[in-house]
Ligand binder design. Structure first.
Ligand code: HEM
Length: 444
C-alpha cells in the first residue's frame, strides 16, 4: 500500500481487502460457495456479473418476501418489494438493528457467547447504525447538526473547488480508471475535508473502509486476524487524531465538533471511535460507487446523457435517479424481536430479515420501466437507497451535494465520459458498485 500511519504502523505489506479475498479464494477453491436455493440472493456472483435483475424480478412477482431456508449466511427472509421494505423499516422496535441480535448486514455479528466459545474478544466498535432506540436517538442527534443545510452551504465551495481540480487533471485522449482517479479521490477528499483528516494520509480512509465494510471478506474466518489487526491500527490512528484535536482549540470540522459537544462528552471512548468509523465507512463506498454508477449508467443510456448535456436544470433529479439506479448498498438487515405476521407470512422471534434495497428500487409497482435510467422520472425521490425511518442515512444531504456538484462541474467543462475498457464490479452482496471502470473523456 505504501502508506504509514502515525506511531510507526506500517501498511506497506498489507494487501487491500480485494487482494486478500482474491488470494484466499484462489488458495481455497473449495470455499467458493454453492447455492442450491434459486432465490438465495446472498450469492455474490450475481452482483459481480450484474445478473441479479431477473432473479429479483421473479421474486417480486412471487410475493413481498420469501423465506430462504439455507444459505452461507444461515436462513433468512428476503424482503424484496418496495412496500415491504418500507413497512419493516417503519417498525424499528419490532425489527431491530442492534448488534446484540446480529446487526445490520446479512452476516451475523457474533454474540458474546459465540465469541467466548471462540476465545475471542469483541473487536467491532459500537456504532449507532447498529443500535435501537433510545440509545440510537441520542447518538444520532449529536452528529446530525454536522449535516444541516447551513453546514452543507459552508462545505459547498470547498467541495466544488476540489471537484474542479480533479476534473481538470484528467488525462485526454487516454484510457484511465474513473474509480481510482475520480470516485475514490473525490470521496476520500471530501471525508478528509469533513474531518480535517491529514491530507497526505487520506487514502488510508479508502483502505480501512474497504476492510471494514466488506461482508464477503468478513465471512472468511481465516482472514479474521489480518482484518482485526488492520481495524486496530485504524482505531489507534483515530485515537491519536482525537487526542490532538481534544487539546487544540475547537474547530469547525466534524471531529472537533463531536469532541466539544456536551452530548458526546458523555460517550464512552469506544463509542466515540465507533461513530467516527461509521461516518467514514458510511460515507465512503456509497458515494464512491454512485460516482462510478452515474458514468456507467450514462454510457449505457446515451439518450439520458444527451438530455443532461442539453438540460442542466435536470441535474438535481438526475442525482436522485442515479442513486435509485445504482443503489450502492444492496441491503440492510433487521432481526425480529417478537413473533409477528408480515404480509401473510409468519415471522418468528430471532428471524433475520434482509431488506433488499436493490430490489425495492426496481419495483415495477412504484417505478415505470424500472430497469431504465430516466433522469426526468417524476418519482425518482421515492427510492429507498438511503433507507427509511429512524435510521435513514444521516449523510444523505452531503452525498446529494457531492453528486450534484460533480454533475455541475462536468457540465461546466462540457465533459463527456465513455466507458472504454475494463469494467470490474465489486464481488459482494452488501456494497454494490465498481472496482474498476476504464473510461475515456471527450467534450460535448
Ligand atoms: C449515496 C450515498 C449514500 C448512501 C446510498 C447511503 C446509504 C445508507 C443507508 C442505506 C443507511 C441505513 C439506513 C437504514 O437502515 O434505514 C445509511 C445510514 C447511515 N449513513 Fe449513509 N449513505 C450514503 C452516504 C453517506 C455519507 C456521505 C455519510 C457521512 C459522511 C453517511 C453516513 C451514514 C450514517 C452515520 C448512517 C447511520 C444512520 C442511523 O443509523 O441513524 N452516509 N446510509
Amino acid at each position: 500500500m505504501g502508506m504509514e500511519a502515525p506511531g510507526g504502523v506500517a501498511f506497506r505489506t498489507a494487501p487491500t481487502a480485494a487482494e486478500a479475498l482474491r488470494t484466499h479464494l484462489a488458495e481455497h477453491p473449495e470455499q467458493r460457495l454453492h447455492h442450491p436455493h434459486p432465490f438465495d440472493v446472498s450469492r455474490s456472483d450475481i452482483y459481480a456479473e450484474d445478473r441479479w435483475q431477473p432473479i429479483f424480478a421473479a421474486m417480486r412477482a412471487a410475493g413481498p418476501l420469501h423465506h430462504i431456508p439455507e444459505s452461507p449466511f444461515g436462513p433468512y427472509w428476503a424482503v424484496v418489494q418496495h412496500k415491504a421494505v418500507q413497512h419493516v423499516e417503519s417498525l424499528p422496535d419490532l425489527y431491530s438493528s442492534s448488534w446484540e441480535y446480529g446487526g445490520i448486514t446479512i452476516l451475523d455479528a457474533l454474540s458474546d457467547e459465540e465469541l467466548a466459545t471462540l476465545g475471542r474478544e469483541r473487536f467491532e466498535l459500537p456504532m449507532f447504525i447498529a443500535m435501537d432506540r433510545p440509545k440510537h436517538t441520542g447518538q444520532r442527534r449529536t452528529v446530525a447538526p454536522a449535516f444541516a443545510p447551513q453546514e452543507m452551504k459552508r462545505l459547498e465551495a470547498d467541495i466544488r473547488r476540489r471537484t474542479g481540480e480533479v476534473l481538470d487533471t484528467l488525462p485526454r485522449g487516454e484510457v484511465f480508471d474513473w474509480v481510482d482517479r475520480v470516485s475514490i479521490e473525490l470521496t476520500t477528499g471530501m471525508l478528509a475535508i469533513l474531518f480535517d483528516f491529514p491530507w497526505e494520509d487520506r487514502r488510508l480512509l479508502t483502505f480501512w473502509s474497504d476492510w471494514a465494510g466488506d461482508t464477503e471478506l468478513a465471512s472468511i474466518r481465516a482472514l479474521d486476524e489480518q482484518r482485526r489487526a488492520i481495524l486496530y491500527e485504524m482505531a489507534a490512528y483515530f485515537q491519536q487524531l482525537w487526542m490532538r484535536k481534544a487539546q487544540a482549540e475547537p474547530g469547525p470540522d466534524l471531529i472537533s465538533m463531536m469532541i466539544h459537544s456536551p452530548a458526546m462528552n458523555q460517550m464512552e471512548p469506544q463509542e466515540f471511535m465507533g461513530n467516527l468509523v461509521l461516518l467514514i465507512v458510511g460515507g465512503n463506498d456509497t458515494t464512491r460507487n454512485t460516482m462510478s454508477g452515474i458514468i456507467h449508467a450514462f454510457d449505457r443510456f446515451p439518450d439520458q446523457r444527451k438530455l443532461f448535456e442539453e438540460q442542466p436544470d435536470l441535474i438535481p433529479n438526475a442525482v436522485q435517479e442515479c442513486i435509485r439506479y445504482q443503489t450502492p448498498l444492496a441491503h440492510m438487515r433487521r432481526t425480529a424481536k417478537e413473533d409477528a405476521e408480515l404480509f401473510g407470512q409468519q415471522i418468528r422471534r430471532g428471524d433475520k430479515l434482509v431488506l433488499w434495497y436493490l430490489s425495492a428500487n426496481r419495483d415495477e409497482e412504484v417505478f415505470d420501466e424500472p430497469d431504465r435510467l430516466d433522469i426526468t422520472r417524476e418519482n425518482a425521490r421515492r427510492h429507498l437507497a438511503f433507507g427509511y425511518g429512524i435510521h435513514r442515512c444521516v449523510g444523505a444531504r452531503l452525498a446529494e451535494l457531492q453528486l450534484r456538484i460533480l454533475l455541475e462541474e462536468m457540465h461546466a467543462r462540457r465533459l463527456r465520459v465513455h466507458v472504454a475498457g475494463d469494467v470490474e464490479r465489486v464481488r459482494a452482496n452488501f456494497v454494490h458498485g465498481f472496482r474498476r471502470l476504464e473510461v475515456e473523456v471527450t467534450r460535448f
